[in-house]
Design a protein around this ligand. Sequence first.
Ligand SMILES: Nc1ncnc2c1ncn2[C@@H]1O[C@H](COP(=O)(O)OP(=O)(O)OP(=O)(O)O)[C@@H](O)[C@H]1O
Ligand SMILES: [Mg+2]
Length: 401
Amino acid sequence: MNCFACCLTAETDETTEISVKKGEEKKDGANLGSLVDNMSFKSDAARHEAIANELKRINNGGKSIKARTFTFQDLAAATNNFKNESLLGEGGFGRVYKGSLENTNQVVAVKQLDRNGMQGSREFLCEVLMLSLLHHPNLVNLIGYCSDGDQRILVYEYMSSGSLEDHLLELPQDKKPLDWFTRMKIARGAARGLEYLHETTTPPIIYRDFKASNILLDDDFNAKLSDFGLAKVGPTGDKPHVSTRVMGTYGYCAPEYALTGQLTTLSDVYSYGVVFLEIITGRRVIDNSKPASEQNLVTWAQPMLKDRRRFAELADPLLEGKFPSKGLHQALGIAAMCLQEEASTRPFISDVVTALEFLTVKEDEPKEGSEDAVPPNQSSLDKSDSEQANQEEGKDNEEKS
Ligand SMILES: Nc1ncnc2c1ncn2[C@@H]1O[C@H](COP(=O)(O)OP(=O)(O)OP(=O)(O)O)[C@@H](O)[C@H]1O
Ligand SMILES: [Mg+2]
């Protein structure tokens, strides 16, 4: 059993234990939120030392964290000395290289964090801790990390089809666009990943950075969420939200979070709605190359989302009309509900997963075990219904938000 709580230092007495409900497998967690948030360093050297010590302590001789530790030499060898030819991409926190581990020949993605900036160190630690605790087929697997000297490097399983962004928003002319059912499959996988974070771990984990470039795909287009550096442990006790600095990516942020910094799992549901709309329309949430009225996807789509007769205008032209019209209507219904301004009226992510189970089934393929299964109508996604059900079970609705 992992037990982080006992070996972490933080400047607060509050301890949050994270457990994973399903499979009876209880994993003790650390007060990750407070640990990561309360780290303060007077200098770069102090920061590097504190992070390295923290990891050493947590790792406790390899007993607590399953992720392997690598030396810088191991990873230099794996990536051909971090050569440009091995570069897979670059994000705000550093470059990502394709590599092959010596001895096992396992193909991996190696993310070398930019060594400047406080944020990178926090996020590095948060990522190692989160991904060591959380395991799910729709979360990317962390194989190991390197914290030699001032190097901060993460080693992940290699996702051969790259990110959803590569297939949807930055599609080269010669690449085939994703078909409708592959899009729905990706949306379902990503929703399942969020569902695990929101509803299987206790307290919930708020992902905070749900966007197309953080959804990685394997060669069968199974989706996995990556980048947990911004993830937050959700509210505990009777608190309805976590208050935090507004972070994440412009355009994907829920309005109440952007305005007040108050974060709940329903902020992730809003970001999910944005990505789902990108999946349906093939448009980027913010696109400055478009005419002014079309630059913000959500604002552009709103009038069409309110008028069923205009739904077809929202479908990605690259789909060339090849989608079931009922499926398009239902998908847009889900997106519209996730994008509600008022957080409390958004569905829970588990409701979204249920609806997507139906949208991934082709008409001639009846859903397993349900001969006369019909897709849930929109009211089954309605938050008030879920709330009612929860009240009937005597559950406090705030458990989920
Ligand atoms: N495990 C992986 N397997 C394969 N490719 C990956 C993997 N992780 C990242 N990549 C590639 O590297 C790119 C950069 O990823 P990274 O997470 O650093 O930045 P980003 O998501 O584009 O932006 P941000 O820094 O805002 O999260 C991704 O778009 C993807 O193409
Ligand atoms: Mg990313």
